[in-house]
Write a protein that binds this ligand. Structure first.
Ligand code: BGC
Length: 415
């Protein structure tokens, strides 16, 4: 009897172990990477996950900047059916943590030594009250200008080093029948152009006061009026069909020479390279006039889900995301630079190397700044309040004076 029991117990244990060994890590991954360059990039993660025994369920939600994806995510979490991982960044990570929606991935982060592999500023975004709650995939720089090299050569103009130069070059292009600025009229794209101009005209200290500290005097200052004035000038360089256009279609206009410039983060480079274009030959990159560095770090937050295969999936995903190979290959495709500091940059092009260099310099002199337009600087309500004013300005004849008044009021109402 006793012996029979032991045999049964042994069989049960072996069966149990087998079952466990057979339980594959699973992850449903919600993201908004659906353009050509973005899809190639996220495929790198999916492939690595599957190669390591994981089962990946893809949940792409189209819409640049991720607003639609964030609405979809909220609906899923409210319905009690959160995805295992979602592309969430900046202060939104903390907002989800405060709602008790996130899983703790400290076990992986500590085992892999993330603290030593990430710049402190990035690590802080990934931590929730000391524990790790998100994994970073990259550093995107927002303040870039992209150009079609042949179009600029034809017009006899160089990459601009000041906004006056930009305006003069754009005027010339317009007179030649070329669209100076490829732009998509979506709120987040208007916000992107606006914050790049704000950094360029106001400088790093002004940017920090206005968009990190929400300092009222800065929001309604003469400098902010000058920022809106320049945005109004840029509005005149956009073609008539800009309304609602996706950002990657705007990039295509630069790729095929229909337009000369685009002001956009370096995910645009992912589109150029996916189209087989070479930096320095087919297209040009330059940091926008003015100086400083606007960072935008993409990351995945892990949500509270039940089931050991999902927890294993989250651990595997977190480990792969911070892996050296993923950080290299993903970012070569995405246009960004690795978040992990030990990833060699020798295979990266000069735009990426300039980004890494400028990031190091700006981190040393206080001009490394979080992008407000890409959810790194402010909580959703405040960022949304600013963007509403910017987009209303872009799509009307509102004066710059009125815009700064509205900006100040909108922030007061949102706090
Ligand atoms: C994200 C990028 C993305 C871009 C366009 C940005 O906010 O950080 O990863 O490619 O939006 O959707």
């Amino acid at each position: 009897m006793h012996k029979k029991f032991l045999v049964l117990a042994a069989v049960a244990i072996i069966f149990g172990l087998n079952q466990r060994a057979m339980a594959e890590p699973q992850a449903e991954v919600l993201h908004f990477w659906t353009s050509g360059g973005e899809a190639r990039s996220v495929a790198v993660l999916q492939k690595e996950f599957v190669a390591n025994g994981g089962i990946w369920t893809d949940m792409p939600v189209a819409g640049g900047g991720g607003d639609t994806a964030m609405t979809a995510l909220r609906a899923r979490v409210l319905a009690g059916n959160a995805p295992a991982a979602a592309q969430v960044k900046g202060p939104a990570i903390q907002e989800w943590y405060e709602e008790d929606a996130l899983a703790d991935i400290s076990a992986v982060a500590n085992a892999e030594g993330w603290d030593k592999l990430l710049p402190n500023a990035i690590a802080q975004h990934m931590k929730c009250e000391g524990s790790w709650c998100a994994a970073p995939v990259n550093v995107h720089r927002v303040d870039w200008i992209w150009a079609n090299a042949e179009v600029l050569a034809k017009a006899g103009i160089e990459m601009p080093t000041s906004w006056e130069e930009f305006n003069a070059g754009a005027k010339k292009l317009k007179s030649m029948g070329i669209i100076p600025l490829a732009h998509g009229g979506q709120a987040w794209q208007d916000a992107t152009v606006f914050e790049v101009v704000a950094l360029g005209i106001g400088g790093p200290e002004f940017f920090h006061k206005a968009f990190v500290e929400l300092d009222d005097a800065s929001l309604k200052s003469n400098t902010m009026i000058a920022v809106f004035d320049q945005v109004r000038i840029l509005r005149g360089f956009v073609d008539d069909n800009f309304s609602g256009r996706d950002w990657n279609l705007a990039t295509s206009m630069v790729i095929n020479g229909e337009a000369a410039f685009q002001i956009m983060g370096d995910w645009a480079k992912g589109e150029f390279t996916a189209a087989g274009k070479v930096p320095g030959i087919d297209f040009l990159c330059a940091s926008a006039p003015g100086g400083g560095y606007l960072y935008n770090v993409d990351s995945f937050a892990m949500f509270r889900v039940s089931g050991s295969e999902k927890a294993e999936g989250q651990a595997l995903l977190a480990k792969l995301i911070m892996g050296e190979n993923f950080q290299k290959v993903f970012n070569l495709n995405k246009g960004s630079i690795p978040a992990r500091v030990t990833t060699p940059l020798n295979e990266f092009d000069f735009c990426a190397r300039q980004s890494a260099y400028d990031m190091a310099v700006s981190s040393g002199n206080g001009s490394l700044l979080p992008s407000y337009a890409h959810g790194m600087a402010l909580r959703g309500a405040q960022a949304g309040a600013i963007t509403d004013v910017v987009t209303a300005f872009f799509n009307s004849n509102m004066s710059s004076d009125e815009a700064v008044g509205r900006l100040s009021a909108a922030i007061k109402n949102s706090l």
